[in-house]
Ligand binder design. Structure first.
Ligand code: FAD
Length: 458
């Protein structure tokens, strides 16, 4: 039986980053991935005359670990930064795209919220710091308490849906936007806190650099692909991992692939999977852990790429995209103006739009047929962006159980995972259900776990 010091199961960006970080100083590392490529939900394709993203679309500058990874993989020459036109964002209100205010003046002028809501925003300045408590409050309850219902419905609800495809009334503030809780504790008012902190940074000469969105010439998949190329001799793709076993010699990982089964003895096993996948694998060795992981709720989401002749779209498409609040009662969550953000990802004279459908708001829509999803995406988008008739080309991707929901009560799940790592030496859990869902968070967590593994050996 093969004997390996570190076996990583799952080659999404979390597992792939760990492989990269660990392999720089450890020879004995093996990554096992079920699909035929690394990347997990990161999936770019060269079709529809350009680059489409079937999963995530953009990254943001200002993340040290992500920048380190790009640097170590020599990918800097392949970066494409977002067009300045993508700076603007829209939210749908009363069926029309409204610009999201980006400064105090545009906040006064905006038609996204009523005059009454704007006055209520001003009153937030007077909010007093609440008595200290350790309450796990939902994002929705916090925002409503501070700013009232309209900023919740037309600001935070679509924003939260853009990141988590989730429900602000169920997501935990502490686990999704902890900075808001911090500002409240320190200043009482969130607005006051943001302004005071900006002023302090200015006085100290530590003003934040403006963050920019970026991707790669061939799309985000360049990132996991570069890891795959760099460490190919340490990767086995196209293998399914059976539930984990343990005996006095260590962990026994059983990998099944076409044409055979291979058992591997491992000193350490790192599960870099989604919560449900990890729950299945740990079932026989730790039922309590399996139960906690199985409790994590996931949002399913369908991504529809639509390609139109630019002349058919009346809207300026001057922006990053349009978010759709649940209060608007539409069947789509939002549209990204992909050809505006990265003009090089679409052919000249074409408009490439990426439409998101489903989420925790409407999970049943993800089960529609491909044709139904294309029709739905087209009709809704044509209505809100004034798109005329003409030819459409489209691609659909259904992600089932794709984005973990850090809902109120998440502390219990995280504590359960930590306790399980303590009682199972040599077992580690990594993935977007722990310490952040964004790609930069997953990359950071991969590097940090590599460091922890080194410390655990001492
Ligand atoms: C539609 C969508 C849009 C997003 N947009 C953005 C964005 O614009 N920017 C951003 O920063 N983030 C975005 N995210 C979030 C981010 O992309 C993900 O959270 C992150 O990529 C998850 O990486 P992961 O490695 O933790 O998990 P995954 O990508 O899910 O990887 C898990 C891997 O494990 C493998 N696996 C599962 N079971 C087994 C098994 N039994 N044996 C072997 N292998 C197995 C899977 O095949 C997969 O490769 C988006 C997510 C989605 C779904």
């Amino acid at each position: 039986m093969k004997h390996v010091k570190y076996v990583i199961v799952g080659g999404g960006i979390s597992g792939a980053t760990l492989l990269h970080a660990l392999s720089q100083r450890e020879k004995d590392v093996l990554l096992l991935e079920r699909k035929e490529r690394l990347g997990g939900v990161i999936r770019s394709e060269n079709i529809l005359g350009g680059v489409i993203e079937r999963g995530p679309n953009t990254l943001q500058t200002g993340n040290a670990h992500l920048e380190q990874l790009i640097d170590e993989l020599d990918l800097a020459g392949q970066l494409v930064t977002a067009d300045p036109a993508a700076g603007k964002r829209y939210v749908l209100r009363d069926g029309k795209p409204r610009t999201v205010p980006a400064n105090p003046r545009s906040l006064i002028e905006t038609r996204l919220v009523s005059a009454r809501a704007k006055l209520r925003l001003l009153r937030e300045w007077l909010a007093k710091a609440p008595p200290k408590n350790n309450r796990d409050e939902s994002v929705g309850a916090f925002v409503e308490r501070h700013f009232g219902p309209e900023p919740l419905n037309y600001g935070v609800d679509p924003f939260v849906s853009g990141i988590y495809a989730g429900d602000p009334h169920r997501l935990s503030l502490r686990h999704t936007f902890p900075v808001l809780q911090e500002l409240e504790r320190e200043y009482g008012s969130v607005i006051k806190g943001v302004m005071r902190r900006a002023k302090e940074r200015k006085l100290e000469g530590k003003e934040r650099k403006k963050r920019t969105l970026f991707s790669f010439r061939k799309g985000l998949q360049s990132l996991p692909q570069a890891i795959e190329q760099r460490w190919k001799e340490k990767i086995i793709i196209g293998v399914d991992i059976k539930p984990l076993e343990r005996n006095e010699e260590g962990w026994r990982v059983v990998a099944v692939r076409e044409g055979g089964i291979e058992a591997i003895r491992a000193e350490n096993v790192i599960l870099a999977l989604d919560g449900r996948g990890a729950a299945e694998i740990v079932g026989p060795i730790d039922a309590m852990l399996s139960e906690q992981l199985g409790k994590i709720e996931y949002a399913s989401i369908a991504v529809v790429s639509l390609l139109y002749d630019r002349s058919a779209v009346a809207h300026s498409l001057n922006g990053f995209g349009l978010l759709v609040p649940s209060a608007e009662k539409r069947d789509i969550l939002g549209v990204i103006f992909s050809s505006t953000i990265f003009p090089s990802h679409a052919s000249e004279g074409k408009a490439l739009l990426t439409v998101f459908i489903g989420g925790v708001r409407r999970p049943e829509l993800v089960d529609l047929s491909q044709e139904e999803l294309i029709q739905l995406a087209h009709h809704e988008t044509a209505d809100v962006l004034s798109i005329g008739s003409g030819s459409i080309e489209a691609e659909v991707t259904n992600w089932r159980m794709a984005i973990p929901q850090y809902n109120v009560g998440y502390d219990e799940i995280l504590a359960g995972i930590e306790a399980a790592e303590e009682r199972n030496p040599g077992l580690y859990l990594l993935g977007s259900y722990r310490n952040g869902v964004s790609i930069p968070d997953c990359v950071k967590n991969g590097y940090l776990l590599a460091k922890r593994l080194k410390e655990d050996r001492k």
